[in-house]
Ligand binder design. Sequence first.
Ligand SMILES: [Mg+2]
Length: 225
Amino acid sequence: MRYKAVFWDIDDTLLDYIPCCREAFFAAMNELRDKHYVPDSLLSEDELFDLFFRISGRLFSEAKHGLHTIAEVMELYPAEFIASAGYPDEAVEPFKHAFRTAWGKTHTLVPGAREALEALRGKGYRLFAASNSFGHLQRSRLRHADILHYFEDTFISMDIGYDKPDIRFYQESLRRAGLQPHEVVMIGDSMTTDILGAQAAGIDALFFDRRNNASLPEIIKCLLD
Ligand SMILES: [Mg+2]
């Protein structure tokens, strides 16, 4: 075997980001309704979701290029959404809290994810998660998806102290795993954070190009020979 270990991105690699995001968003909307917060816009809830998704997408994309930390983005997008949707400022905290609580339980798997983890574990690879987010939320989601047990450890940016693609995220993850860069391959869907980030740290990477219909079983085939 060429590698000893596989680092896995989580969102849009193992867990399907959009359905998870929708689920948490509508749970947060229910919370706002229960608390009698109403927006002064005439947008439908689906249109509000589109607005939320655009705002969070832009902020996460800016974070990939170093404009914000992930911790900052986690504070910025609820506030920006609440203001843009025309809710009162007091709705920010209830929205954020309800979204995060629901997010920690979202666990829609990307097709083939469990099979890929099973196949790699069967082959003897050490498996680690490597994701930008809150550690407790990502572990909770993996647990709800019943795939947490595949991972020897989880390297999540808020625990590690650096966000991908910062080379220090990868260096600290390697240190915690007791591995050298050439012993690891990173699998992820983001060219910036997963592929170029890992390569800058001397780690080989496999790009999971979901937009072009790549499949996980195909991607990992080269690791099973
Ligand atoms: Mg991802």
